[in-house]
Design a protein around this ligand. Structure first.
Ligand code: NAD
Length: 285
């Protein structure tokens, strides 16, 4: 089994900060990279918040000491070369923009040692869309986390036809060792397993709202009561973040998705209501 001991996470936003903290909490030495000091300042605040969440939620018996000790396993930097120099695994969690991601991989290909495995956390791109920029398609795959990873702790592992089996297996083992339930995906599939199920639900909810059929509260209540699920689709939108929802909807050729993107922009995003992260989205927190 290829050893994965040192981890570097690129991008410390909603998901990158969670991926970095979760691995640090499970004892990995983690380097978190972002583009400037302002982003790192935000990352420090995110990590401190996560330590509080793990303690309150009692994740894996997280005492105050254990949640705080995780912070000591985290190193923050804006120096990409230094960030990846020792990495066994680099997990990329930068914005969901294909050219930006390709550019990041082209830089990584030059800077990271030959041993380093690259993994993308992209929700909507296939690893095949990015593999040619990595310079090492046999050591590249997708490792896709769900938001709130301390609770919704799945990690979908999905290679391309070129990913080496030993790389796939090592990343499955890493996921397990960092407190995740690995979901082994046998064949490349847009949306993995989770979003193949979730996206049609969210799109249907957006359609019901835009067509004036029912309010977000009514739609959510229907889903919760009738299926026993803890959250309805608009509660899920707020957790995912409305900027991400906007980016996905606006890049779709579908007219309904375009209309929903405009609705989100006019009613929420332009007013700074981005979901749970900003204290208000479809609901107030
Ligand atoms: P985000 O906007 O919250 O964070 C992105 C971070 O990347 C920011 O901190 C930004 O400063 C940084 N960044 C920008 N350019 C960069 C660069 N060139 N190099 C390194 N960092 C850079 O985004 P997010 O919601 O965390 O999404 C990141 C990735 O995770 C996307 O691919 C998305 O599909 C995926 N993802 C998101 C969710 C979710 O629920 N938000 C769930 C699963 C997967």
């Amino acid at each position: 089994m290829l050893p994965i001991k040192t981890l570097t996470v690129l991008g410390t936003g909603v998901l990158g900060s969670q991926i970095a903290y979760q691995a640090a909490f499970h004892g990995f030495a983690v380097t978190a990279y972002d583009i400037d000091d302002d982003a790192l300042e935000k990352a420090r605040a995110r990590f401190a918040r996560l330590a509080g969440i793990y303690q309150t939620a009692n994740v894996a018996g997280a005492s105050e000491g254990k949640a705080a000790a995780a912070l000591e396993n985290l190193r923050l930097t804006t120096d990409l070369a230094g960030a990846v120099a020792e990495a066994d695994l680099v997990i990329e969690a930068v914005p969901e923009l294909i050219e930006l991601k390709r550019d990041v991989y082209r830089k990584l290909a030059e800077l990271a040692p030959a041993k380093t495995i690259f993994a993308t956390n992209s929700s909507t791109l296939l690893p095949s869309d990015l593999k040619d920029s990595t310079g090492r398609p046999d050591r590249f795959l997708a490792l896709h986390y769900a938001n709130n990873i301390w609770a919704q702790n799945i990690a979908e592992v999905m290679g391309t036809g070129e990913t080496a089996t030993e790389v796939f297996d090592a990343v499955v083992e890493f996921a397990r060792n960092s407190g995740l339930e690995p979901i082994e995906i046998k064949k490349e599939k847009a949306g993995y397993v989770l979003n193949s199920l979730l996206v049609p639900l969210l799109n249907a909810a957006a359609g019901l709202l835009l067509q004036g059929v029912a309010s977000p509260e009514t739609i959510d209540k229907t889903w919760r009561i009738a299926t026993g699920a803890p959250s309805g689709p608009f509660q899920i939108y707020d957790v995912v973040g409305l900027t991400t929802a906007y980016n996905i909807a606006s890049s779709s050729p579908n007219a309904g998705s375009q209309a929903f993107a405009q609705y989100l922009k006019a009613n929420y995003i332009d007013q700074g209501k981005l979901g749970v992260a900003t204290g208000e989205g479809f609901y107030k927190y």
